[in-house]
Design a protein. Structure first.
Length: 547
């Protein structure tokens, strides 16, 4: 298998969905069927689909708009990136300031997302360099970065704006890799040129191409800014400043550079730090003493510190860090009631943190019925998420309804119906199939009567027909005039799934927790050592909010 094929398979199998979604949203057999899809005659001439957009909260509770690209367009986009990766990577190496140097592993089997991860310690090393080399650090941010990306700025970055515009005005097919990347990105969302979705790994790559163009402009000859004077974590920039009069100068240069790519800065996130605060406040060390405690003392100290640090450092993912670092030790606690009470309090206070809490609920409640407080938590949080239009969090609590066979009450069903999102409707269809929803679905599915498979409704149309969930939708569209080029018929023939109803239980989560960790028979000498803070993988945080 060629290196390009490995990259292509990894993008399809590991980079399709935003990683914030529940475990049932995973692709299956997509990578092995991608080539058959691309072999369809005429498909590459201009298949245009719609992206499913959905709101979700990051760890701070702020909404981000994630996206799920139509799989046909995602396949076309991924193939181009995989084939042109040597040129794309060569261009991105022009930037020495990005903390995300994207690199594909050499095998399909290596775990994680499509490309290798960046650890917290590697980011911290670069940030500490600035705060130790300059008296002041200027922090700047691009406003609504992903939602504001103008796809034509992809060739602007790679070729230069003047040359790219001249080439674009000509009546011809795209020739340069950046021009085709521009076109394929447009076709992912009904040929629109504004905005790319947060979540798919292809968006990470596109963003780094544009950021490389910005970095190149910032450091061009005569700019007065060196490549070692700043770093950025996606759209968060940090500049080392020697004299106060440089603050306005660099702010203006930054604004001018990003405006060349039709972007704007976020003035509300502009801040100035000195060596006492810039990248040096290692709050993770405060959790070191907790690891020495045992039993109830450990749990009480851990959650007390979580609440304290969550208030003190709201810009850090304290909950995700603590629950991940001490996941084994939490699972090993014999007093399940004590742990669950703390987790329930946390979930009531911050339902959007459920993705970190859910594995412990599943582990501690294995084989046990939920008590009334836990049922109230799941139902209330689902309703609250629907009210706030936090679809990602809602999907997680619907997932817990399915896991615990908890009936979806009529008011929640109505709230979910009003959201009008195909991912939510698909999960409701799964719940109906499991007899967890009362009443008919005819009113809900009627909105899918006239839509095609290249619309944002593709996932509902494809999955309920492929799974024969006929209570949801009886009129098949796969392989008909509603299925351009018979693309979804090809996917069905390859047994491709975009929703896997088998993904329940501890092994479905992105952790190493198993049932044995919760059964009370573990041994201290075999207990996994707590991860040191410097080994903590912060990739979840970075996807959790393109801040």
């Amino acid at each position: 298998m060629s290196r390009a094929d490995i990259r292509f398979r990894r993008l399809l199998d590991r980079g399709f969905y935003p990683q914030e979604l529940p475990p049932t949203f995973r692709t299956k057999n997509f990578g092995t069927s991608g080539s058959a899809l691309l072999a369809i005659n005429g498909l590459n001439s201009g298949y245009s689909g719609s992206t499913i957009f959905l709101d979700g909260s990051n760890f701070q509770g702020n909404h981000r708009t994630f996206g799920v690209i139509n799989p046909v367009n995602y396949c076309l986009l991924s193939r181009h990136i995989a084939d042109e990766w040597s040129e794309i990577a060569k261009f991105m190496r022009k930037s020495r300031s990005s903390l995300f140097q994207l690199k594909f592993p050499n095998s399909i089997s290596e775990g994680g997302r499509s490309f290798e991860k960046v650890t917290f310690s590697s980011k911290l090393k670069h940030q500490q360099y600035l705060s130790s080399s300059y008296p002041v650090v200027l922090c700047l941010d691009i406003n609504r970065f992903y939602g504001s990306i103008y796809t034509h700025s992809i060739p602007w970055a790679a070729l230069g704006k003047a040359q790219a515009k001249a080439r674009l005005s000509g009546p011809r097919q795209p020739q340069h890799w950046s021009e085709k990347l521009d076109r394929l990105a447009q076709y992912c969302n009904d040929r629109q040129t504004i905005g790319i979705p947060i979540g798919p790994d292809t968006s990470r790559i596109i963003s780094e191409v544009i950021l490389t163009g910005i970095d190149t402009d910032l450091t061009k000859s005569g700019s007065g800014i060196s490549t070692t004077q700043f770093v950025h974590s996606i759209d968060d920039y940090e500049f080392g400043i020697t004299y106060n009069n440089q603050l306005d100068i660099i702010s203006v240069k930054f604004e001018r550079s990003i405006r060349q790519f039709e972007l704007r800065s976020n003035e509300y996130k502009k801040r100035v730090e000195d060596g006492r605060t810039a990248g040096m406040e290692l709050w993770q060390h405060r959790f070191d003493y907790v690891s020495k405690l045992e039993g109830n003392s450990f749990i009480e100290a851990l959650f007390s510190l979580i609440w304290e640090e969550k208030k003190r450092t709201p810009d850090a993912n304290v909950v995700g860090y603590a629950l991940r670092r001490f996941r084994k030790k939490i699972a090993h606690q014999l007093d399940r009631g004590q742990v669950l009470r703390h987790l329930q309090r946390l979930a009531f206070a911050a339902p959007h943190l459920i993705s970190w809490i859910a594995p412990f609920f599943v582990g501690f409640k294995a084989g046990d019925d939920l008590d009334s407080a836990q049922k109230r938590l799941i139902r209330w949080s689902a309703s609250e998420s629907a009210r706030r239009h936090d679809i990602v969090t809602l999907l997680w609590f619907l997932y817990l309804h399915l896991h615990f066979d908890l009936r979806i009450e009529m008011q929640l069903f109505r709230d979910c119906f009003d959201i009008d999102n195909p991912l939510v409707d698909l999960v409701l269809s799964h719940a109906k199939h499991n007899n967890l929803v009362q009443g008919a679905f005819s009113h809900m599915v009627s909105r899918y009567d006239s839509v095609k498979l290249n619309s944002a409704s593709w996932i509902f149309l494809y999955e309920v027909e492929r799974k024969s969930w006929n209570h949801s939708y009886k009129n098949g569209k796969i392989g008909t005039s509603y299925d351009d080029f018979g693309a979804y018929d090809t996917l069905r023939n390859g047994n491709v799934e975009f929703y896997d109803p088998s993904q329940f239980g501890l092994l479905s989560f992105n952790t190493d927790l198993t049932d044995a960790d919760f059964d009370g028979h573990w041994q201290h000498e075999h207990e996994q050592r707590d991860h040191d803070w410097s080994d903590y993988d912060e990739d979840d945080e970075d996807w959790g909010g393109y801040i």
